[in-house]
Structure formats: structure tokens, C-alpha cells
Write a protein that binds this ligand. Sequence first.
Ligand SMILES: Cc1ncc(COP(=O)(O)O)c(C=O)c1O
Length: 389
Amino acid sequence: MLKKAGEKPIKKYEKIERKPPKGYDSANDFFESVFMDKDMIWMGQNTNHLVGDVIADAMADCALEKEYCKYPPPEGFSKLKSLILEDLGFENMEVFLTAGATESLFLCMNALLNPEDNVITCDPGYLIIGTFADRFADEVKYIPIYNKECNYKMTPSLVRDYIDDNTKLIVLIDPLNPLGVCYTEDEIKEFAQIAIENDIYLLHDVTYKDFAHEHFLAANYAPDNTLTAYSFSKIFGMAGARIGGVISNKNIIDSIKNVVVNDLGVNIISQAGAIKGLQTKGEWINEVREISFHNQKLIKEAVDKIDGIFLPVYPSDANMMVIDVSQAGINPKDLSEYLIERKLFTREGEYTSKLFGDKYLRISFSIPTNEIEVFCKELPKAIEALRKN
Ligand SMILES: Cc1ncc(COP(=O)(O)O)c(C=O)c1O
């Protein structure tokens, strides 16, 4: 029934209200002011600031040629799609391009889930995935993994404990935002086996795969059950260009195409950058990885010198890690607010956990080493200023 003007609007879904940071009316105002501050050290979004100009130049050329006057092919340039498949080493799979992996994750949930289904994922994790799943399924089961016993990971045996007849989907974020844990080949094989045995799906979010020491793809072991979410935001350093995709078999990609919103295609300038990024990846990836490994080592050394704080996971297989500050009696929100005053943008735990958000600060480290050194200098001062224990 149509509502008359002035009546309360119908809300189909509950909006997740995030409290804006101190001094801001909304989270957007906060992000905008941080974004505009050119002196801010960017450790709060797992972005990568280490790739040289090659992708930027390709995007600039595309813009100068005014390619953006035309619409792109609605399902993306075939060159880009075949480069993505090559990057993953997949054959007989299809790519569906989206404005970032986030859109892919939403489309996967929409295409796969029915109201009686449940979804298994973990906490801590990338919470928007659960939020999307909640819109289409009956329940999202979050496995609590912030403990040593499970190595801060969603293990196959934990997943077996949580599966029931209504489970339709297991979400593997690998490497995991925020902890930086990553699955071994045996674990990936076992997750694949679980999906096949139970005739359910695996959504393998490999957004951070290229920062891992070693990484394995579930689609190689359960090709008909796996959807691989792929992003250009992290290793390619293209977060603001908003491009990513989902890769799966033809059948699954066809069902995703049925729920598409953006059917006029993905930003043409971003596609030009993504093509160049994939074509040149071999030339710059080792340097990005080495700087990132070195940076996390510097952070580890700094953390180890401070009583009452620790790194639950080290080394990280992503470009971010978690610093546990709970034993020092520090509220991570106070810590991130303290650091932002010193031009260090980090994220308090509640951004990636409903259960353990009061325990940790998340920092990303794919930024120039001199900026990491600033963080390492400020961290002890921050902890001493805020410590209660
Ligand atoms: C696990 C995970 N997946 C996807 C994304 C978002 O990717 P994109 O920028 O391609 O939408 C993030 C961003 O932080 C993430 O942590």
C-alpha cells in the first residue's frame, strides 16, 4: 500500500548506526576531513600507497583520450577479464566485474541466499559481509575466533561444529581483515571438501591475497561450489577507483547477472588502470611486499618494547595487523582518537568486531617506511598517556 506524503517512510532494512567519531556529525564528515588532510598518515583503511606511477599514468591517458565519454562494454573489457583469470590461474571460469569487491559480495548474497538459509563467517572479520548476508538469509552465524586455541582462525573443525541443514554459505576471508591470518593449503582443501560434502557454497574473499607469504585458492579444490571475490583496492593501490569482481563457474555467474544493478558497466578509467596493473604486476609487486614485510617487523619491534600490549598474530599475511591493548586497560577508541590528533589514522576494533572490538587497534602498514617510523615513535607515548594498568 502506498504511503501518503508525511507518513513515516517504510524501512525495508535496519540501518546500521555507527556513532560518529568525537567532534563530527556523521562518519562521512569524519572520513572527509581525514581525507582532506594531506599530512595524515594513512593506516586506517588497509589501502596501499606503495605502487609507483604506472597505474596512475594508464588512468590519466584514458582520461585524456576522453574514453569516459562512451559507456564501457556492460560486462567489462574481455582483456581485463582474461588478465584476472590469468592472475588467479583459473581456466573455465567467468569473471563478473563490479565497482569493488564490496559490490560483488552483495551480489553474491543476493544471488545465492534464500530466507530460510544461514551463513557462517567469523568475528573478527569484515563486518559488511555479514550485514549483506543478513538482508537475504535467516541468520548469520559468527564464529568467535579471537583466541589462541584456534590460532585466531576459523578452522575447518569449528565450521563443522556450526554447520546445520540450513547452512548455504561459508564465507572465508583469506587473508582475514583485521587479523592477517591466512589458511594453509590443507585447510583450504578441507573447506572445499566441507562445501562439496554438504552441497553448499564457499565465498572466498581473496582481497588481500598478494600480501600473504603463501596463498591457496579454494576454487582449485571446489570449482563448482566456490565464488572468489577479487579486489583492485589493495595490492594495486586502487581503493578510490572502486573496481573488483567475482569469479566463479558460468552457472553461478549467470545467477549473479540476474541481480545486477549497475548494468551499464564499471568505470572505464578504473578498468584501464586495472589492466595496466595486472600487466605490470610482476615489475613492482616484490618491492611492495618487501616494504610491507619490513614495516610490520618495525611495528613488531616497537610493540614488543611496550608492557601490556601485544600482537595476537605475527607475522601478518595481509597489509594490516591488530595490536591488543586490553591488558593495558586502554579503550581502542581512545587510542585511535589520541593518534588521529597526531595525524595517524588507525581503526579501533569495533570497526571489525562485534565481540572483541574493545580489545584491539587495527593498523595497516603498506605505506612508506618513514611514516611507519613516525607511528613507532608515537605508539609508546600514546600507550603511556592512556594506560590504566
Ligand atoms: C575482506 C575485504 N573484502 C573486501 C573489501 C573491500 O574491497 P573493495 O574496495 O574492492 O570493495 C575489504 C576492504 O577493506 C575487505 O577488507
